[in-house]
Design a protein around this ligand. Structure first.
Ligand code: HEM
Length: 446
């Protein structure tokens, strides 16, 4: 790929189209085939470049400054993800924009307040302790699956408390991963492919129907005296009309939270244990910290203040393994990086590319939790570290996820060292999130 910026005499830039565009497919095939390398390579073409998703132009920004602007400037709404994922998420936060988004976000916000998080953190500690107690020395663990199951249990129990029984949990486990993985492929593929009666589309539709059925069942069950996230939603009132949230709106939020809050956290935890095994110096410092603070017992939210290194390890995992792409759409004409974009332009950036950009992160290939020591972290420009996005649409579950990851990391590390099983190298498979292709590890008692 070669740079082709083209600036006119007026100071207005004409944005360059990345080479390799094919008829009908645009850059979709190259984008889906090379993913990380493709988006990392875009910075060589200028601060704003154009790629084609099928016939649809997507303007990708490649600097931290412009990514920050795209996140915080209200001229940018959610983009094609919204259109394509509405079938799965209905009117959940992921698929709303504008005033409706703001209203729903305010109604759901109490579910993420500090006192609510303190309640969920007890679920996190219990789930982490159950997991750490269930292993025996020398046992081979499929760490990626275990961490995803753990994350589903934590969000499921936080949402539904005891209604998250074996039946509900099995349906959620089987179907939410399909919503995420196939949802991302849909979002990047031409719209015509969505309508074809191919197995991937049938699986997606079936997964949507099954998750909706199971969530409806729980929403309709008697819930007196519960203090879970679902009860917060059911008790929420519209600020103008005082009306409670409709049943379908509650269901859409629940499906969104089950999906947005589980694979993200489970995968990040999987990479955390992978990186501890690859970096003995980091593991040594984390073990020393948890031994001093916990002495082998499970971690609680109250311990986290005394576990700063563990929290930096979490920050670094979130830098190394963030979302691949974030997409937005202009709701008005804007000038971005010298380029005029009319209303309705699809815009995006790659958090992964920015998190691995040597302009912003010294030696980005190094797993170095100390880059998040306060003095060094302060030097990272806005937009260069965006694991939870930013602006209006920043992840409402960021504190939930960070707390969960630190509690699980500390609780497991207090008792176990996870050692890689030799074999094929562990690599990221990129499906919107970065999944490990495999992650078998042996549990060794410490
Ligand atoms: C390590 C774990 C997590 C990561 C890396 C993560 C990351 C993100 C990011 C980057 C976004 C913004 C996407 C965009 O701008 O298009 C987002 C949105 C969202 N996240 Fe998270 N998330 C995590 C965990 C959670 C958890 C635990 C929950 C809830 C329990 C949650 C709920 C949501 C919701 C509802 C949205 C949509 C917000 C909106 O559209 O305004 N996330 N998350």
């Amino acid at each position: 790929m070669t740079a082709n910026p083209n600036t006119s005499g007026s100071g207005k830039c004409e944005v360059s189209t990345v080479p390799g565009r094919l008829p009908v497919l645009g850059h979709t095939a190259a984008l889906l085939r090379k993913r990380l390398a493709f988006t990392a390579g875009l910075r060589g073409h200028g601060p704003v470049v154009r790629v084609y998703l099928g016939g649809l132009p997507l303007h990708v920004v490649t600097t931290a400054e412009l990514a920050h602007r795209v996140l915080v400037d209200e001229a940018f709404d959610k983009g094609i993800f919204v259109d394509k994922l509405r079938r799965a998420f209905g009117d959940g936060l992921v698929s709303l924009n504008g005033d409706r988004y703001r209203r729903q976000r305010r109604m759901i916000q109490p579910a993420f307040h500090r006192h609510a998080l303190a309640r969920y953190s007890e679920t996190m500690t219990a789930a982490a302790a159950e997991l750490a107690n269930s292993w025996r020395d020398g046992q081979v663990l499929q760490v990626d699956r275990l961490m995803q199951d753990l994350a589903i249990s934590v969000v499921g129990r936080s949402l539904f408390s005891t209604d998250f029984d074996a039946g509900v949990s099995a349906e959620v486990r089987a179907n939410t991963p399909v919503l995420i993985r196939l949802g991302v492929v849909r979002a990047l593929s031409p719209a015509v492919l969505e309508k074809l009666p191919v197995p991937a589309n049938r699986r997606f539709d079936e997964a949507v129907a099954r998750v909706h059925r199971v969530v409806d069942r729980v929403v309709d069950s008697p819930r007196a005296g519960r203090e879970d996230l679902l009860s917060v939603l059911l008790g929420a009132r519209d600020e103008d009309t005082g009306e409670p949230m409709g049943r379908q709106q509650v269901r859409d939020h629940v499906v969104t939270l089950l999906t947005a809050g589980t694979e993200t956290t489970g995968i990040a935890l999987s990479w955390l244990f992978h990186e501890l095994a690859r970096n003995p110096g980091v593991a040594g410092r984390l073990h020393a910290e948890v031994d001093r603070v916990l002495g082998g017992r499970p971690a609680t939210a109250a311990d986290l203040r005394a576990l700063p290194y563990t929290r930096r390890v979490v920050d670094e995992v979130l830098r190394a393994y963030p979302l691949w792409l974030t997409l937005r759409r202009t709701n008005t004409a804007v000038r971005l990086g010298g380029v005029e974009l009319p209303a309705g332009t699809e815009v995006g950036f790659s958090p992964h590319a920015l998190h691995h950009d040597p302009r912003y992160h010294e030696r980005p290939e190094l797993f170095d939790p100390d880059r998040w020591l306060p003095d060094r972290a302060a030097a990272v420009p806005a937009g260069a570290y965006v694991p939870f996005a930013g602006g209006l649409h920043h992840c409402p579950g960021h504190a939930f996820a960070h707390t969960e990851m630190a509690i699980v990391a500390a609780t497991v590390a207090a008792r176990w060292r996870l050692v890689p099983v030799p074999g094929k190298p562990v690599r990221p498979r990129v499906v919107g999130l970065l999944y490990p292709n495999r992650l078998p590890m042996t549990a060794r008692s410490r």
